[in-house]
Design a protein around this ligand. Structure first.
Ligand code: GSH
Length: 206
């Protein structure tokens, strides 16, 4: 049985939960990180020296870094899944979107921590507005691609969508100025039709 360590409100943990649910793989999840702690113990650090979440345990093998975990789950437990196809070019197309997501993490993090984790008195609205402008530039790139594709890497759901999905929900959730992005919105609506996305990802950010 796979064991996933990590609190369910972490966007990086959400990716893994969403994938496990899409694949209908049995797993147990142990709350860790944030208020749950558990990540500073020697046992946890032996599995994951970064002390961050998520961590996946598969028997005597443990793995950290959410995107690496996604790829491993598909390769080890769902070979041939359309979420992570074998063809090198199809896979590389998905993979580049997974990598490109790293550019969004900083600006989207500024918005998230500013609006969700900070009290109104601590909030730096100038920094949030600047981060929103930067994030909007990345979301606009996705919007232009989604004008031609139902999903980020083509006609079918893939790991690319799973990596961007948690921040996509937050992007539309935040009370910020957002340029129109009709294809991005349509993609979000499409993902919302998936029970696992609705239940585990499209939740109130905390
Ligand atoms: N690049 C790492 C980032 C992991 C990360 O930053 N995790 C955050 C939650 S999203 C974390 O562990 N924060 C500290 C905590 O929850 O205690 C990954 O994708 O797994």
């Amino acid at each position: 049985m796979l064991t996933l360590w990590g609190r369910a409100n972490s966007s990086n943990v959400m990716k893994v939960i969403w994938l496990l649910e899409e694949l209908r793989l049995p797993y147990q999840r142990i709350d860790a990180g944030g208020a749950f702690g558990r990540t500073n113990t020697p046992e946890y650090r032996a599995m994951n020296p970064t002390g961050l979440v998520p961590t996946l345990q598969d028997g005597d093998f443990s793995l950290w870094e959410s995107n690496a975990i996604l790829r491993y789950i598909c390769d080890a437990h769902a070979p041939g899944t359309p979420l992570w196809p074998q063809s090198p070019r199809v896979r590389a197309n998905i993979d580049r979107w997974m990598e490109f997501h790293h550019t969004l993490v900083r600006p989207q993090g500024v918005i998230f921590f500013g609006l969700v984790r900070c009290s109104p008195e601590q909030r730096d609205m100038t920094a949030i507005a600047e981060a929103a402008k930067e994030a909007a530039r990345y979301w606009a790139i996705l919007d232009s691609v989604l004008a031609h594709n139902a999903y980020l890497a083509g006609d079918a759901l893939s790991l690319a969508d799973i990596v961007w999905g948690p921040n996509l929900h937050r992007w539309f959730f935040f009370a910020i100025e957002r340029p129109e992005a009709p294809h991005l919105r349509a993609w979000y609506e499409r993902l919302l039709q998936r029970p696992a996305y609705r239940q585990h990802v499209a939740v109130t950010p905390t």
